[in-house]
Design a protein around this ligand. Structure first.
Ligand code: ADP
Ligand code: MG
Length: 685
């Protein structure tokens, strides 16, 4: 943009120095307003006017004569309906809004009857505003604002808010702002109208001083004193130019303005947007609109909090459920022969180590396999006591529950480890019945050595009595008998059983652990197919996996997702609707602010970006609040032993959702704000 614009500016400078070419050249300019009810008001009728650089012109005329309309057209705030307007030798009639905004930044500085400063900005920030839209760097802007303010005797007022300044001071801040980008043409519409004599005089002096420096000044005033000060008076009446005292020509070039590159899209421009949004948010919180600003932030905070809790609780509850549903976990598939049809006690093909290897190699997603080998009626001895027990060679390779097979719980001692399996250690964990049979005196079996088939095994753990497997027994007596049978068991490491004790690689059963519980169903049917192809007959084995239970756990997770998730989304929508509503309303309430920004050269997209950024900022503020709430809540729940887990996702996902929602819901207000034209926006006072 800079490159293209730089060239015609060169020719502008040449034109200016030539005495023939006026800086502003209006030819038969007319402006017709279409008021409500279709009434047409001809505010300007064939006005022709030439103004040269360095002139001090005063436009006079009764109220409604068209003075402001003329000023707006000269200042590229509005466009004529017919006629021509040459600015610095170039026809600008028919330019688009973007080009007009550029011209406003390049050529003009406005001073209005009311100072029209942004209330939440300090004097210095107000002065800097045109530089912001011209892409001036922050440090240069600040420096220039300081210079301008001190040249207008406002050095000590730079950090004050407009409400802390007198009317005259405010108006001088407005003059400084008009000069920020160079202010080659200063357009002042009744600048002293709202001031007392003394303050008015002060402002007038400054304007006079500017013409001496080469600025072109056009003042609207019906104050005869002001008119007397100007070197040229123009009178308007009913939209017509009725008198012109004649132009005194000046060859002085105007104050230079320079548009810096890096206006939009650069990191610093985005930083400016963010900074501006926070300023707006802070200002709103500080003012009477505190509740209006806080409510949507709270709403979005709750949404983000509930969203984070959804993720936290559903994954926590799911994890806890998996542990409760199956002693092996939700990721386990048990495979065992059909009782009585095959097995190590019967000849023929049964499950072997090769089947374990085949499953490990051919089924995807297998984490570990725990084989087991059982023998019934094995002779065991301790001291003088003899018994027959079930011996179970087993190693737990995959269960993440820390428990053994069939959910055994230890009464005392420790479970068998994988290392003990690898080294074929002669260690044993004995059941409650076996303990009674071998240790009738009641001594602690842990550390004692028992004989299994005449081989010594050190007892390292004792199981608790297990009743879960026999609760369906028809009578109490039978239940006790069954219980004694089931609990008459000894666990030894799998390899010790397979290679030392029984010298057999035929498995009794195995447990396959999957990496992902969601894979269990698919893997189970694949394993079934594989074993049928290897063993030839599916009657030889049965499988059990936590299919139903796991589905239930997943269902619970889904319900949590849907239930809590929809609350989160509703809260997010509600919050953003509040934001959108507040912002749509504020577009009307902030018309004046938008008008000021447009007058100092903001493009439409600057305005829409500002509103979008503000919507996103509200969401980010809400998001931070929500994340904090969620973290507190989850830590609280965890201390109450409620299943809830903390992950990065629980914050990132809801936070991103709210930021996106903010951007989406900010579009409507942003568009509405950007549709305003400078004249309409400023007229709404
Ligand atoms: P002045 O500034 O000299 O008082 P204006 O330029 O503001 O006069 O207005 C000139 C005429 O145009 C007036 O009759 C005014 O009512 C009319 N006018 C100004 N702005 C509008 C507008 N936006 N819509 C309709 N009529 C307007
Ligand atoms: Mg007016």
């Amino acid at each position: 943009m800079l490159g293209k614009a730089a060239q015609p500016r060169g020719s502008v400078q040449q034109n200016e120095t030539s005495v023939e070419s006026p800086l502003l050249d209006l030819g038969k300019v007319s402006r017709v307003y279409r008021a409500e009810g279709g009434v047409r008001v001809r505010a300007l009728k064939d006005v022709s006017l030439q103004v040269h650089a360095g002139e001090f012109v005063c436009i006079t005329g009764p109220s409604g004569a068209g003075k402001s309309t003329l000023m707006n057209i000269i200042g590229c705030m509005d466009q004529a309906d017919s006629g021509s307007y040459r600015l610095a030798g170039r026809e600008v009639q028919g330019f688009g809004t973007g080009a007009l905004a550029l011209l406003r930044r390049r050529f003009f500085g406005f001073v209005f009857q009311a100072a029209n400063l942004l209330e939440s900005y300090t004097a210095s920030q107000n002065v800097q505003l045109p530089g912001l839209y011209a892409g001036m760097s922050r440090s240069r802007r600040q420096r220039r604002a300081t210079e301008l303010l001190s040249s207008l005797d406002l050095a000590t007022r730079a950090e004050h808010l407009p409400s802390e300044l007198s009317g005259g001071e405010q108006q001088r801040v407005a003059v400084a702002r008009a000069l920020m980008n160079g202010g080659r043409v200063i357009l002042a519409d009744e600048p002293t109208g709202a001031l007392d004599r003394e303050n008015g005089e002060e402002v007038l002096k400054k304007l006079e001083h500017l013409t001496a420096q080469g600025h072109t000044v056009i003042v609207v005033s019906h104050n005869p004193e002001v008119a007397a000060r100007a070197r040229r008076q123009i009178a308007l009446q009913d939209g017509r130019l009725v008198s012109d005292s004649g132009g005194g020509k000046s060859a002085l070039p105007g104050g230079a303005s320079r548009e810096e590159s890096g206006g939009q899209g650069t990191p610093s421009a985005i930083l400016e947007l963010v900074r501006g949004s926070w300023t707006a948010l802070r200002a709103n919180l500080g003012r009477g609109t505190r509740l209006h600003t806080l409510l949507p932030i709270l709403c979005i905070g709750i949404a983000v909090c509930v969203g984070a809790m959804t993720i936290s609780l559903s994954s926590g509850v799911y994890r806890q459920a998996s542990e409760k549903i199956n002693s092996f976990g939700l990721d386990a598939i048990s495979i065992y022969p059909t009782p009585g049809r095959a097995g190590p006690d019967r000849p023929g093909r049964s499950l072997t180590h090769e089947d374990v290897a085949a499953i490990e190699n051919q089924i995807g997603g297998v984490r570990a396999i725990s084989p087991s080998l059982k023998r019934y009626g094995v002779g065991v001895r301790y001291g003088g006591a003899n018994a027959e027990a079930q011996v179970n060679g087993f190693v737990d390779r995959g269960s993440q529950t820390g428990r053994g097979p069939s959910s055994y719980l230890l009464e005392s001692g420790a479970p068998i480890t994988q290392q003990e399996d690898d080294s074929m250690a002669q260690v044993a964990v004995i059941g409650a019945t076996t303990r009674k049979l071998l240790f009738p005196s009641g001594i602690d079996p842990v550390g004692e050595v028992i004989l299994i088939e005449n081989r010594p095994f050190r007892v390292k753990g004792v199981l608790r009595y297990r009743s879960g497997l026999i609760k369906d027994a028809p009578s109490a007596e039978l239940a006790r008998e069954l219980g004694d049978m089931v609990n008459n068991e000894i666990f030894v490491p799998y390899k010790t059983a397979a290679f030392l004790l029984f010298e057999s690689e035929t498995l009794s059963d195995m447990v396959v652990f999957m990496r992902d519980p969601d894979q269990v169903l698919g893997a189970a049917s694949q394993i079934r197919d594989l074993l049928i192809s290897r063993l030839g007959d599916d009657v030889f084995f049965l499988m059990s996996y936590p299919g139903e239970a796991s589905e239930k756990a997943m269902q619970v997770r889904t319900w949590l997702w849907l239930g809590l998730g929809s609350i989160a989304i509703i809260a997010l929508l509600a919050g953003n609707l509040v934001v959108m509503n507040a912002m749509l309303v504020s577009v009307s309430a902030r018309k004046r602010e938008i008008g000021i920004r447009l007058a100092v050269g903001a493009r439409r997209r600057d305005i829409s970006r500002q509103f979008l950024a503000e919507a996103v900022t509200v969401n980010v503020a809400g998001g931070l609040l929500g994340a904090l709430l969620a973290l507190t809540a989850v830590i609280g729940l965890q201390s109450l032993y409620v299943a809830a887990s903390i992950s990065l996702w629980m914050f990132v996902a809801p936070f991103a959702c709210s930021a996106i929602a903010g951007a989406l819901f900010g579009i409507a207000p942003a568009r509405r704000a950007a549709r305003l034209t400078p004249v309409v926006a400023l007229a709404s006072e």
